[in-house]
Design a protein around this ligand. Structure first.
Ligand code: ADP
Ligand code: MG
Length: 567
C-alpha cells in the first residue's frame, strides 16, 4: 500500500498516461488490491480493479458456499452489498470525465451466476471499476490516494468480512435458494413445467420496472383447488401452489384480467428471484422458451416447413432465409429455432403473436383454399409437437375458442384469480363444433439442425475486432448490429455482455463440423464448470460485469445475426 501511495504522489500532476504505472498488485493490511487495467484517459471505459480478502480474514462459514446454488446466491449477495455501498457513498471528486467513480455490476431481481464477486474456500474477491481522478488530462494523485488507500479499505471493511455481513439476511437467502432449488428438482422429477406458489405477487410496478406492484389493489396468486399441489421444502412448512403439467395449457379470460402477467411471471421463472420479489416461488422449467412474432428479423436457412409451405415464387421453406421476416414467418422460425435448442415448453402470448400464425378458422378455410395459404396455423401443430416431440405449450389466448379442442388444461383468469375451467371448455367444444379441418398433415415434420460457419461469426470490423454490448438489447459484433429486443427472457445487460463474448468464442470454434446446439451446449457446460471468467476478452484481467445467459438466449443471438451463415 505504501508503494502505491508513493507512486501516486510521485505522478501527481503528470499526464494521465502516468497512471499506467500503478498497474499491479498491492498488499493492504486486510486484503490484496489488484489494479488490473488502467484506463487511457478520464473519459475512457473505467479502470478495473479487484480486492481479495483471504478467508482467514473474511471468515465465511463454509456452509454458505458449499453447494453451487448457495455459492451463486452468496456471490450475488456480496455484489448487492457493494452495489448499495458504492451507491450510497459514491466517492465523487470534482474532476474530469469518470473521475472518482466507483462501481460494481448491479444485479436486478434475478439471482444469476455472475463474475462481479467470487467466493471460494480460500478467499472473497470483488471486481470493481473505478474512474481514476483527473483534472483535465492531469493525474490527481492525492485524490487517487484518498480513493484507493482511504475510501476503498473502509469500503472493504464494511462490506466483506463476516462481522460486517448481515448474517441473518444471508442465512435467510440461503434458505430461500435451497427451497427454490428443491422445487426445481421436484418439477424435474414429476415432469411438471411450472409451479406458482400461493401468495405470489405477479404484477410489476410498471411497464419499465421489474419491482413488484405494491398497494391494496394487488391480488396475490391463489391456486385453483383442482390444480393445487403441496411441495415439501428443506426449510419451513411445505409450499402450496398451482402446478402446470406437461401438455397444452391455455390461459383464457377477459382483457386486462391478468393473463399476460401470469405468462410473464412464468417466463421469468426460469431464473431464481430474490426475497421480496413476489416471484420467489414461481418456478418454471429452465428450458421453457417464450416465442413471439418478430417481423423484420433475419432468418438463416431455417426449416420452417412444419408451419409454412408453398410460398409465392416457390421459395424454399426447408431452408428458409430472409432479411426481413413477416410476423408469421418470424414466429415459425422462432419456434423451430427453439426446438433446435431442445426447448421443453413454448410460452406464447396472443398479444405478441401473428394472428394468422395462431388461427385459421372454419370460415376462412372455406373461403381461402389450403393450396392458397402457405401457413399451417399453430393450432394444427401444437398437439403433434407435444405427442411426437414432448414439447409442451402454454398459450395465452383470449380470442379463440378453437384451441379448446387441443388443450389439456384451460385456466381462466378472472379479476386476477385463476380458475380451472378445463371441463367447461371441453363441454363448450363438444356442444359447438369449430367447423374447421385439421391442416398440415399427420405429423409435425422435421426439425433440422444447422451447422454454423466461422465466416458468419467474424468479430472484425475493418482491421480491428469490434465486440460491444450496449444495454440489454443491442450488441455490435463486427459489422453487424444485433437487435435482441424480441428475446424476452434476456433479463440482464450483463448477460448480454456475456453473449457478445460467447459469439466471439463461437467464431473461433465453428469449424463446420458441429451443430449450433452442440457448439453452444459445449460452452454452457464450460461456463457451468469453470465460471464465466474465461469469456473475458481482457487477458489476465477480471471481467467483473458478466452474468450467465441460458443457451436459448445465446442461440437467439446467433440466429438474429445478420452475418450468420450456415452450411
Ligand atoms: P391481460 O393480458 O389479461 O389483458 P394483463 O396481464 O396485461 O392482462 O394485466 C392487466 C393489468 O392488470 C396490468 O396493468 C397488470 O399490472 C395488472 N395486474 C395483473 N395481475 C394483477 C394482480 N394479480 N393484481 C393486481 N394487478 C394485476
Ligand atoms: Mg395480455
Amino acid at each position: 500500500m505504501k508503494r502505491l501511495q508513493q507512486t501516486l504522489s510521485r505522478i501527481d500532476g503528470r499526464g494521465y498516461k502516468a497512471y499506467k504505472e500503478i498497474q499491479g498488485a498491492y498488499r493492504f493490511p486486510r486484503f490484496t488490491l489488484w489494479i488490473d487495467y488502467v484506463q487511457g484517459d478520464p473519459f475512457a471505459a473505467p479502470s478495473r480493479i479487484r480486492v481479495r480478502m483471504s478467508q482467514d480474514e473474511a471468515g465465511y462459514p463454509e456452509e454458505w458456499f458449499c453447494v453451487p446454488h448457495r455459492k451463486i446466491a452468496l456471490e450475488d449477495w456480496v455484489t448487492r452489498v457493494w452495489a448499495r455501498k458504492v451507491g450510497r457513498y459514491s466517492f465523487r471528486t470534482k474532476g474530469t470525465g469518470k473521475s472518482g467513480l466507483i462501481d460494481v455490476d448491479r444485479p436486478g431481481q434475478e439471482i444469476l451466476p455472475r463474475t462481479a464477486a467470487v467466493v471460494t474456500r480460500d478467499y472473497v474477491e470483488v471486481r470493481v471499476t473505478v474512474g481514476l481522478p483527473a483534472q483535465g488530462r492531469r493525474v490527481l494523485g492525492r485524490k487517487a490516494e484518498e480513493m484507493l488507500c482511504g475510501f476503498l479499505p473502509r469500503l472493504v471493511d464494511e462490506a466483506i468480512p463476516v462481522e460486517a455481513i448481515d448474517r441473518k439476511g444471508v442465512e435467510e437467502r440461503m434458505r430461500l435458494v435451497d427451497n427454490q432449488q428443491s422445487i426445481r428438482s421436484h418439477l424435474k422429477e414429476k415432469g411438471w413445467i411450472a409451479f406458482v406458489a400461493d401468495g405470489a405477487v405477479l404484477p410489476r410496478e410498471s411497464g419499465v420496472s421489474d419491482l413488484p406492484l405494491t398497494g391494496k389493489e394487488v391480488v396475490r396468486f391463489r391456486a385453483p383447488e383442482s390444480m393445487r399441489a403441496t411441495v415439501e421444502v428443506p426449510h419451513g412448512p411445505p409450499i402450496q401452489g398451482m402446478v402446470l403439467r406437461d401438455g397444452i395449457t391455455l390461459i383464457v379470460g377477459g382483457g386486462y384480467h391478468g393473463k399476460s402477467t401470469l405468462l410473464n411471471a412464468l417466463e421469468r421463472g426460469v431464473y431464481d428471484h430474490i426475497g421480496g420479489d413476489g416471484r420467489e416461488y414461481v418456478i418454471t422449467d429452465v428450458d421453457a422458451v417464450k416465442v413471439r412474432a418478430e417481423d423484420g428479423r433475419r432468418v438463416e436457412k431455417v426449416n420452417i416447413s412444419p408451419f409454412i409451405n408453398n410460398l409465392p415464387f416457390g421459395r424454399d421453406t426447408l431452408q428458409f432465409s430472409t432479411e426481413d421476416a413477416s410476423g408469421s414467418t418470424s414466429q415459425a422460425a422462432n419456434i423451430v429455432e427453439s426446438l433446435e435448442m431442445a426447448a421443453s415448453c413454448l410460452l406464447i402470448d396472443e398479444d405478441t403473436s401473428a394472428t394468422n400464425f395462431m388461427i385459421r378458422d372454419g370460415r376462412m378455410q372455406k373461403l381461402v383454399a389450403k393450396e392458397k395459404e402457405p401457413i399451417t396455423p399453430f393450432i394444427d401443430k401444437v398437439r403433434q409437437l407435444y405427442e411426437e416431440r414432448g414439447t409442451s405449450s402454454i398459450l395465452v389466448l383470449g380470442g379463440s375458442g378453437d384451441y379448446f379442442d387441443v388443450a389439456d388444461t384451460v385456466i381462466l383468469m378472472d379479476e386476477y384469480h385463476p380458475f380451472d375451467v378445463t371441463r367447461q371448455a371441453k363441454e363448450v367444444a363438444e356442444a359447438q363444433s369449430n367447423n374447421r379441418d385439421q391442416e398440415g398433415g399427420k405429423v409435425f415434420g422435421d426439425v433440422t439442425s444447422r451447422v454454423p460457419l466461422a465466416a458468419g461469426l467474424d468479430p472484425k470490423k475493418g482491421k480491428r475486432e469490434k465486440v460491444d454490448a450496449k444495454g440489454l438489447h443491442t450488441i455490435q459484433f463486427g459489422t453487424a448490429h444485433l437487435n435482441l429486443a424480441g428475446v424476452e427472457q434476456l433479463v440482464d445487460p450483463s448477460q448480454t455482455r456475456a453473449i457478445a463474448e460467447i459469439l466471439r468464442l463461437l467464431g473461433k470454434r465453428a469449424d463446420g463440423s458441429k451443430t449450433l446446439r452442440e457448439l453452444i451446449e459445449e460452452i454452457c457446460q464450460e461456463m457451468k464448470k469453470n465460471g464465466l471468467d474465461f469469456l473475458s476478452p481482457f487477458r489476465g484481467q477480471h471481467p467483473g460485469d458478466l452474468a450467465l445467459p441460458r443457451k436459448h438466449e445465446v442461440a437467439a443471438a446467433v440466429n438474429r445475426l445478420r452475418t450468420l451463415r450456415v452450411k
